[in-house]
Design a binder for this molecule. Structure first.
Ligand code: HEM
Length: 292
């Protein structure tokens, strides 16, 4: 599982196929709770190798980590004790022997044992996997299903040409932009679009706005899996801090799109319910009916 990308792809494909098959057996399903959440949690358990801290805990911790970002409204305040709880849990429970032997988390603890990384980093590195890999990919999958269900030609195109799946994943991430914004400081003076920013200025990086920039994306509000420059979106950030999990996320979403379009004739979506979170744009509920 560790180093072989084909083994990784095979595992992610089989997780996707099984979860999609369970939804097909139901006929109608809940895109978020029946599909997107269990898929993300299974990958966290199998690849990242964390012990099962419980579905509700993992989801709660991930959402709280994002609620802590941005303005400190009541959601941000309520997230503080939850973040402390996550840290305590990880320090108490994450011992090398509790981690899957062939997993990424186990490798982090091995690096620390060999002195190659500081052992104090271990709980933070492992917490980053939990916090950053759940709400983001769950959001992206919700956006794909919503858009594909609302734009029926999408399904036929993917069935006819499965090689569009990766572009479709990018397009869903572009139009949905799971993380709407983060804040950054300038490390030196910058001239940007006719504005002067001094060193240390605090900026709001609006990924969602950039991804609907009409000067870059023609008919930017339209979901188009054949968009030639769909991969130019900024939903994973840019530069040295670009998302460390983006290739994993894209592989997961691509495999899921392939499994869904292979196993389901097409889908109809109902009215989604928006999930409340400070920087994450996602659905809490999205009813789906598989067409006959
Ligand atoms: C569709 C899914 C995802 C989206 C949209 C997303 C988006 C982002 C964004 C916008 C950033 C900040 C980049 C910047 O500062 O410019 C980021 C950072 C990061 N992401 Fe993701 N992410 C996703 C999935 C994941 C997954 C699956 C993982 C882990 C397995 C992950 C791990 C990380 C880490 C560790 C960072 C911090 C990188 C650093 O500061 O050096 N992400 N992500």
């Amino acid at each position: 599982m560790r180093d072989n990308i084909e083994t990784l792809r095979f595992h992610i494909q089989s997780v996707a196929k099984d979860i999609v098959a369970a939804c097909v057996a139901k006929g109608s399903f809940e895109a978020i709770t029946d599909l997107a959440q269990p898929r993300a949690l299974t990958v966290l358990r199998d690849l990242i190798g964390l012990p099962d801290f419980g579905r509700e805990n993992m989801l709660k911790w991930s959402s709280a980590a994002f609620d802590m970002q941005g303005i400190q409204n009541s959601r941000g305040q309520a997230a503080r004790p939850v973040i402390a709880e996550t840290k305590e849990f990880i320090i108490r429970e994450v011992r090398p022997e509790a981690l899957n032997s062939d997993s990424w988390s186990r490798r982090i603890t091995e690096l620390a044992a060999r002195g190659e990384i500081d052992s104090e980093i271990v709980p933070f590195a492992i917490r980053a996997y939990i916090n950053l890999s759940l709400d983001t990919t769950i959001s992206a999958i919700g956006h794909f299903i919503f858009q594909a269900g609302s734009n029926p030609e999408t399904w036929a195109k993917l069935k006819h040409n499965p090689s569009l799946a990766l572009n479709a994943a990018h397009e869903a991430i572009r139009i949905g932009t799971p993380i709407r914004s983060f804040s950054r400081h300038t490390s030196k003076p910058v001239e940007a679009a006719g504005h002067h920013l001094s060193e240390g200025a605090r900026l709001m990086i609006l990924y969602a706005s950039a991804n609907r920039d009409k000067t870059v994306f023609a008919q930017a509000d339209q979901f188009d899996i054949e968009r030639r420059n769909a991969r130019r979106h900024l939903a994973f950030g840019a530069g040295i801090q670009i998302c460390a999990g983006m290739h994993l996320a894209l592989l997961e979403i691509e495999c899921l799109i392939l499994a869904m379009t292979q196993q389901m004739p097409a889908v109809d979506v109902g009215t989604p319910k928006v999930a409340m979170n400070n920087p994450i744009c996602a659905f809490a509920e999205l009813p789906v009916r598989i067409q006959d």
